[in-house]
Design a protein around this ligand. Structure first.
Ligand code: BES
Ligand code: ZN
Length: 882
C-alpha cells in the first residue's frame, strides 16, 4: 500500500517522457502464490534526449524484481536502483533503440487491493486503471506511453483452462506437467492501463456481430459455471451497442474478438480493457428472478459504456490523468444517448438529472469540489468522480446544444480522424468543435476548468401595451476550495415562453443576448432579454431539457408553476415544475416541523399527483418519476444548511401520506389495472408499467391495510422488481411489523446462496430509516452472506447505510459515524481504494446542524489522526476537513 507522502501532481508539470516503449512482450507463468512475469520491452529514446538521461520506471506493491537485462545482458544490482515504487537505470546503451527485460515475482492470491494481478473466486484477473500495471512489472505506467502488446500466458490447464488477454488470439498449446499456454497479440498501440489478463475455469456464451464493413467479430461473455443463462441480456446489450455506435457515430469495432469477463470481486462497475472488458458480475448477470428493471437498465448502460470506450478512450486515449474526462465524460455522454435511444428519451433525461443532482451537486457544493478537468491531485483514484463523469458528460451535451446535432457530429468525426492512435487533451477535443463550427469556445471551456455549480436567477415582466416580455437574468458562480474568484460562464439556457393554450408563443424579435433555436446564450453577469410581439403574459419554462447543469431561481407565481407542471410541452421541464412544487412543499414542511407544528399540504398539490398518475397521455415510466418524491438528500441539499435529517424525514412522510389519502381511489384503481399480464420482458415499456405500479403501492402501503396489501404484492411477485419493491416498502414503512419480518425471512431463505441478490437484502435493511438501523447494520456484518473483503457486499451494507440512510447514519449521538469509521479503517488496510470511496459519505458534513456536525467532525478527525493512512484515504479526509 502506498502510504501518503504528500506528493501533489500538477497539470502544468506535464512533460513528455524521455523514453517510449513501442513494443511490450509479456510472459506470465501463473501460480497463486508465485507468479513469474517476464517483460521484454523495446525502448526508444525520444529525439533530442541525451543518452545520459536516466530511465525511471514506476512500480508499486509487493512485487519482487528478480532479473534485469539490457540488450540481452544481465545487469548486476549496482547498475540499477530498485525501490518498491521505482526502478531507475542510469547507464543505458547509446543506441536510440534497445531492449529491457525484467522478471518479477508476484503473489496474486495475497493481493487484496483488487489492483494489478489478483484472484477472484479462483480466477486470475487484472485491474490496471489507473496505476495498477506498475504492480505487475516496472513500467512507464502513464497513459501517453502507447505500446503494442504480445502476451503469453502459461498456467495449469486444470486450474485455468481459459487464458485470455487483449487483442486477437494467435497461438495456444500444451506444455509439460499439465500446463498449457496461449498467446495474444493486440495490434493497436495502447497505454498500460488498458492491459488485461484473465485465466481460470469459467463458463461462457458466444455470439457474433458483423460490422458495417462486413467483418465478423466473435463475441464471448465469460461467467461462473452454471450462470451462463444469466448472461444473455448482456450479450444482447453488447450487440445493440455495437450497432448503435456504427449508426450514431460511425464507429466500427476493430479486432476479431470481443470478450467480456464477469468477476465477483471488483472495485468498480466495469473496465474497458482493449478487447477484453472485465466486469463486476453485478453488471452482467440478470434474469427476472434475480434482477430488477433498474439492474437490467444498468447492465445495458454499462455494457454500452465500456464498449464505447473502444473509440473514446482506447483508440483515442488521454495524454495524462488530468484529461480523464476526455474519455469518461464523453463516454458517459455516449452511453446516455444510447440509453435514451433504446428506451424513453425524456424518462432517461430525468433520471440523469436526478443522478447528477444527487451525486455531482453535493460534490461541487462541498469540500471535494474540483473542475471537470482538475489541475492537481494527490491520488488519481479519488478523481473518478461524479464531476469528471456526470458533469463531464453534461459539458459535452452543452457543446452539442450550442453547435446543433449536425455540426456536433462533424466535430466528433474530426476528433476521430485527427486523433486516432493518439493520447489527446481537452484542448484537442474543444479545438475540433471550434474548427468545424468556426465558433470561439474559449469562454465555454470554463466548464472544464472552473469548479462550482453556477446559480442563475431570473425575473420577468410583461408590458401589454408594448407587447414586450422581459427577462432579467443574472449568473454567479459560488467560490469553491482554492478558487475564490470565478469568471463568467457561457451558459446555453434552453427556454420556452408558454402561452395559455400550452403552446410556446412566437416572438418577433429578441435582444439583449444571442437567442438561437430556443436557446439564450448567457455570457455576461446580467442580461436583460427583451422579446417583442408577445401579446399575453407567458409562463416561462427555463433550462429546458436541463440544457446546462446549474441551479435556477425563477421568480414565478404558484399559478405559473402549477400551470407548467400540467402543460409545459417540454417533458423534462414539466417534470421539473412538479418536482419544484413538491420540493417547495417539503422545505416548508421541514420548517413547520422544526417549529413544532404539523405540516399541512394544499389540495391543489396533492390532487395534481393524482391527475398525473392517471394521465394516459404520459408514459407510465414518466408518471412514476413524477410521483417519486424528492429524496431526503435532495431536500437537504436544497435547504443547504442546519440540516436535521429527522425533521426532513418526518416532513417527507407527511407529504406521502397526504398524497396517498387524497388519491386513494385513483391509485387503487390504477394499481389494479397495471398488473402484469403475459410474458415477462425487461423492456422499457413493461419496466415503466411496473415502476408506476410500484410507485402507487409505495403510497398505498401507507394507508390502513397497507402492510397486508404490500405483503400480498411481495408473495404474488413474479419478478425481482416487484419483490424487491414490496420488501423495501415493508422494511422501511412497516419496520418491525409481522409482515416485514415475514417478507425479510422469506427473501433470505429463497436467496441465501445468491450473493448478488443477498446484496439487495442487505441494501434494503441498511436503508431502513431510524436510529435502530445502526445496530442492525452492525449485526448484519456478522451475517454468513456478508464479507468485509468483497466490494459489492460492503457497498450494499455499509455503503448504503452511510450514503443513503440520512436518519440512521446521521444519528445525533454519532453512533452511525462510529460504525462508519471502524469499517473504513478496517477496509483500508486491505483495499484503500474502496475505503476512500466509502469515506466520501461525510463530504456534506458542514451542512448539518451543530450537534451532528460536531460528531461528524470528530469522526473525520479520528480518521485523520490514524497513522500510516493510505494516500487514497488521507487525501479524501484532509480535503473533507480543510
Ligand atoms: N474506466 C472505468 C473503470 C475505472 C474506474 C477504472 C476507476 C479505474 C478506476 C470504466 O469505464 C467506468 O467508467 N466504469 C464505471 C461505470 C460507467 C457506466 C460509468 C464504473 O465502474 O463505475
Ligand atoms: Zn468509463
Amino acid at each position: 500500500m502506498r502510504t501518503d507522502i504528500g506528493q501533489v501532481f500538477k497539470l502544468e508539470d506535464y512533460r513528455p517522457s524521455d523514453y517510449f516503449i513501442p513494443e511490450t512482450k509479456l510472459t506470465f507463468r501463473l501460480s497463486p502464490e508465485k507468479t513469474m512475469v517476464v517483460a521484454l520491452l523495446t525502448l526508444e529514446r525520444r529525439d533530442g534526449v541525451d543518452v545520459s538521461a536516466p530511465l525511471v520506471l514506476a512500480g508499486d506493491g509487493p512485487m519482487r524484481l528478480v532479473r534485469v537485462e539490457v540488450d540481452g545482458k544481465a545487469l548486476s544490482p549496482e547498475d540499477y536502483e530498485a525501490t518498491p515504487d521505482s526502478l531507475t537505470l542510469a547507464k543505458l546503451p547509446a543506441a536510440r533503440r534497445f531492449t529491457l527485460l525484467m522478471e518479477t515475482q508476484l503473489a496474486p492470491s495475497q493481493n487484496e487491493t483488487l489492483m494489478g494481478l489478483y484472484r477472484s473466486s479462483g480466477v486470475y484477473c487484472t485491474q490496471c486503471e489507473a496505476e495498477g500495471f506498475r504492480r505487475i512489472v516496472y513500467f512507464l505506467d502513464r497513459p501517453d506511453i502507447l505500446s503494442v502488446y504480445t502476451v503469453r500466458i502459461e498456467a495449469l490447464k486444470s486450474e485455468a483452462p481459459l487464458l485470455l488477454s487483449n487483442g486477437n488470439p494467435v497461438e495456444s498449446g500444451k506444455l509439460e506437467g499439465g500446463r498449457h499456454y496461449a498467446v495474444w497479440h493486440d495490434p493497436f498501440p495502447k497505454p498500460s492501463y488498458l492491459f488485461a489478463l484473465v485465466a481460470g475455469d469459467l463458463g461462457r456464451i458466444t455470439d457474433s456481430f458483423t460490422t458495417m464493413s462486413g467483418k465478423k467479430v466473435d463475441l464471448g461473455i465469460y461467467v461462473e459455471h452454471g450462470k451462463e443463462k444469466l448472461a444473455h441480456y448482456a450479450m444482447d446489450a453488447l450487440k445493440r451497442s455495437m450497432k448503435w455506435d456504427e449508426e450514431t457515430f460511425g464507429c466500427e469495432y476493430d479486432l476479431d474478438v470481443f470478450n467480456i469477463v464477469a468477476v465477483s470481486d471488483f472495485n468498480m462497475g466495469a473496465m474497458e480493457n482493449k478487447g477484453l472488458n472485465i466486469f463486476n458480475d453485478k453488471y452482467v448477470l440478470a434474469d427476472r428472478e434475480t434482477a430488477t428493471d433498474a439492474d437490467f437498465a444498468n447492465i445495458e448502460a454499462i455494457i454500452a459504456h465500456e464498449y464505447f470506450h473502444n473509440w473514446t478512450g482506447n483508440r483515442i486515449t488521454c495524454r495524462d490523468w488530468f484529461q480523464l474526462c476526455l474519455k469518461e465524460g464523453l463516454t458517459v455522454f455516449r452511453d446516455h444517448e444510447f440509453s435514451a435511444d433504446q428506451r424513453s428519451r425524456p424518462v432517461k433525461r430525468i433520471a440523469e438529472v436526478r443522478t447528477l443532482r444527487a451525486h455531482q451537486f453535493p460534490e461541487d457544493q462541498g469540500p471535494l469540489a474540483h473542475p471537470v478537468r482538475p489541475r492537481r491531485y494527490r491520488e488519481i483514484n479519488n478523481f473518478y468522480t461524479a464531476t469528471v463523469y456526470e458533469k463531464g458528460s453534461e459539458v459535452v451535451r452543452m457543446i452539442r446544444t450550442i453547435l446543433g446535432a449536425e455540426t456536433f457530429r462533424q466535430g466528433m468525426d474530426l476528433y476521430f480522424l485527427r486523433h486516432d492512435g493518439e493520447a489527446a487533451t481537452i484542448e484537442d477535443f474543444i479545438r475540433v468543435f471550434e474548427d468545424v463550427s468556426g465558433r470561439d469556445l474559449s469562454q465555454f471551456a470554463l466548464w472544464y476548468h472552473q469548479a462550482g455549480t453556477p446559480n442563475v436567477t431570473v425575473g420577468s415582466s410583461h408590458n401589454p401595451a408594448t407587447q414586450e416580455f422581459t427577462l432579467e437574468i443574472e449568473q454567479s458562480v459560488p467560490p469553491t476550495p482554492s478558487e475564490s474568484r470565478k469568471r463568467l460562464m457561457h451558459i446555453p439556457l434552453a427556454f420556452g415562453l408558454v402561452g395559455r393554450n400550452g403552446k410556446d408563443l412566437v416572438y418577433s424579435n429578441a435582444e439583449g443576448a444571442s437567442v438561437e433555436n430556443g436557446v439564450i446564450h448567457i455570457r455576461k453577469r446580467r442580461h436583460t432579454v427583451r422579446f417583442s410581439g408577445i401579446t399575453e403574459r407567458p409562463a416561462i419554462s427555463l433550462n429546458r431539457g436541463f440544457s446546462a447543469p446549474l441551479t435556477l431561481a425563477v421568480e414565478q407565481s404558484a399559478d405559473d408553476k402549477f400551470f407548467l407542471a400540467g402543460n409545459d410541452s417540454d417533458e423534462f421541464s414539466r417534470w421539473q415544475a412538479f418536482n419544484t412544487l413538491l420540493t417547495d412543499a417539503l422545505i416548508d414542511a421541514f420548517r413547520q416541523i422544526l417549529g413544532g407544528k404539523k405540516p399541512i399540504f394544499v389540495a391543489r398539490l396533492t390532487s395534481l399527483a393524482g391527475k398525473i398518475a392517471g394521465d394516459e397521455t404520459l408514459e407510465p415510466a414518466y408518471r412514476a418519476l413524477a410521483l417519486m418524491l424528492p429524496s431526503e438528500a435532495d431536500i437537504a441539499r436544497d435547504i443547504g444548511k442546519n440540516i436535521d435529517p429527522d425533521a426532513i424525514f418526518a416532513g417527507r412522510e407527511a407529504l406521502a401520506v397526504a398524497i396517498a389519502k387524497e388519491n386513494q381511489a385513483v391509485f387503487t384503481h390504477l394499481y389494479e389495472t397495471l398488473q402484469d399480464r403475459g410474458e415477462f420482458s425487461p423492456n422499457a415499456k413493461d419496466a415503466g408499467r411496473r415502476a408506476l405500479r410500484n410507485m402507487l403501492l409505495d403510497y398505498l402501503c401507507l394507508l390502513p391495510g397497507g402492510a397486508k396489501l404490500t405483503l400480498r404484492h411481495f408473495h404474488d411477485a413474479t419478478n425481482m422488481t416487484d419483490r424487491a419493491a414490496a420488501l423495501t416498502m415493508l422494511a422501511h414503512r412497516h419496520h418491525g411489523s409481522p409482515e416485514a419480518i415475514e417478507a425479510l425471512g422469506a427473501f433470505e431463505t429463497r436467496y441465501a446462496s445468491d450473493p448478488l441478490v443477498m446484496d439487495k437484502w442487505f441494501q434494503i435493511q441498511a436503508s431502513v430509516p431510524g436510529p435502530q438501523t445502526v445496530e442492525s447494520v452492525r449485526a448484519l456484518t456478522s451475517h454468513p452472506a456478508f464479507s468485509m473483503t468483497n466490494p459489492n457486499r460492503l457497498r450494499s451494507l455499509v455503503g448504503t447505510f452511510s450514503a443513503a440512510n440520512q436518519t440512521g447514519f446521521h444519528r445525533p449521538d454519532g453512533e452511525g459515524y462510529r460504525l462508519f469509521v471502524e469499517t473504513v479503517l478496517d477496509v483500508e488496510k486491505r483495499n484503500p481504494q474502496m475505503a476512500s470511496r466509502l469515506a466520501t459519505a461525510l463530504r456534506s458534513w458542514r451542512s448539518l446542524e451543530p450537534v451532528r456536525q460536531a460528531k461528524a467532525r470528530e469522526a473525520l478527525l479520528a480518521m485523520a489522526n490514524t497513522e500510516n493512512l493510505s494516500a487514497d484515504l488521507r487525501d479524501i479526509i484532509e480535503r473533507t476537513l480543510a
